[in-house]
Design a protein. Structure first.
Length: 183
């Protein structure tokens, strides 16, 4: 079983990115699964807190990342860049610094995102690339998944109602799982 861990960079209950992950979980190819993690209880990074020990929520998420064969990030785009809560989470996952290789080095990573705006999350996705490179991940460049005008493709319950985007998402997760299995 190819286990992929999905992380949404949004804390909002009605998050388009969390809805995108839930839909992706339903579209995973046979022999694979997408487990969706939460970053809701990750505190703001503070070296004084770290000096007292890594918070349990961080340790739990770190374990989930390590146990997964790949990481699927659903990123919002805030002010033309990465969302602070998700960057904060990644920063925590790199603590202590000796864990960077264990958690991230060589790990297959795919990025997707949904936005109410017209450009999807292209700027956020691009802003993640130097971070992923620094962490020595293995980003998948086999496809782009950017959902524009997300308010028109999800219903009020977060169900993806646009069949063309659903098909694109299915191809995206199939391609990523294939990439994970080949590496």
């Amino acid at each position: 079983m190819t286990r992929i861990l999905g992380i949404s960079g949004s804390l909002r209950r009605g998050s388009f990115n969390t809805s995108l992950l839930r839909t992706a979980a339903d579209l995973m190819p046979a022999g694979s699964e997408l487990v969706i993690a939460t970053i809701e209880n990750i505190p703001l990074y503070n070296a004084d807190v770290e000096a007292q020990g890594i918070p349990q929520a961080v340790s739990d998420l770190k374990k989930q990342v390590i146990e997964a064969k790949g990481l699927l990030i659903a990123t919002p785009e805030y002010n033309n860049s990465v969302p602070g809560v998700l960057k904060n989470t990644i920063d925590w996952l790199t603590r202590p610094a000796t864990d960077i290789k264990i958690v991230f080095a060589g790990r297959p990573v795919a990025i997707m995102g949904a936005s109410p705006g017209g450009f999807g999350t292209i700027l956020s996705q691009n802003a993640w690339l130097p971070i992923l490179r620094t962490l020595q991940t293995r980003p998948w460049f086999g496809g782009r998944m950017m959902v524009s005008r997300a308010g028109t493709v999800f219903d009020a319950n977060g169900v993806l109602i646009d069949e063309a985007i659903k098909k694109q998402l299915q191809q995206f997760v199939q391609g990523f799982v294939q990439f994970v299995n080949e590496h």
